[in-house]
Design a protein. Structure first.
Length: 218
């Protein structure tokens, strides 16, 4: 049975639109939500989002009218607010009780925005809903317990402790395996590992890990 997946399109730069199209089609989402400027990508792909949410400071009025005429719901917020537009979209997505959330356009040149979006991954961990940030180069997720990275041999996978020290880490199917290891952010030796098989297995018994999986073998 297919997962109940919700896609969120945020507003950071997405250069490869065919990548975006293929990944959204493969996910077969039950709903597509756009965080403010992410609606531009939906328009380019011919997608009518179920919801456009945010302060709308990156969208033209005629684009909003276009989507409203096509049946998209619009939830405007003031510019002066505590939540980011992506956080607002994620809150709505979580309320739909999905099994998985994929967020595109959340990894960009603005380091502060990227860090904010990485922090949002903890919401999924706390609620038991897997969330991934994806772009043309990589996929990013936070994990506790056990997880599998599926890909091609030679792809780079970097692992960081997230939210504090991580203990009893085991890596299998990687160029640099680990057993019962401890990681702290000040000693980032989990960077630039590589898959030696089509699946790499990660286990952490205490704490959680941020996993960055690069989709190219170059």
């Amino acid at each position: 049975m297919a997962k109940e997946t919700i896609v969120i399109i945020a507003g950071s730069a997405i250069e490869d639109m065919e990548f975006l199209r293929q990944r959204i089609e493969a996910a077969a989402p039950t709903a597509v939500l756009c965080a403010d400027g992410g609606a531009r990508y939906a328009r380019a792909l011919g997608i009518i989002p179920d919801l456009i949410i945010g302060d709308m400071d990156s969208l033209e009025d005629d684009l909003l009218r276009h989507f409203e005429e096509k049946g998209a719901a619009v939830a405007p917020y003031p510019v002066r607010k505590d939540e980011t537009d992506t956080q607002l979209a994620l809150t709505r997505a979580m309320a739909m009780n999905p099994q998985e959330i994929l967020i595109f356009g959340a990894l960009g040149k603005r380091l502060d925005h990227t860090l904010a979006n990485l922090g949002l991954l903890m919401i999924g961990l706390e609620k038991g809903v897997p969330i991934k940030l994806l772009d043309e180069d990589c996929e990013v997720f936070v994990m506790a317990g056990a997880a599998t990275v599926s890909g091609e041999r030679g792809q780079t996978v970097s692992i960081f402790p997230w939210g504090g020290e991580a203990r009893h880490i085991t890596l299998e199917g990687f160029e640099y395996p680990l057993e019962d290891a401890t990681m702290i952010l000040a000693r980032p030796y989990g960077i630039s590992n590589r898959l030696t098989a089509e699946e790499g297995r990660i286990k952490v018994d205490e704490g959680c890990l941020l996993v960055i999986h690069y989709l190219s073998t170059r």
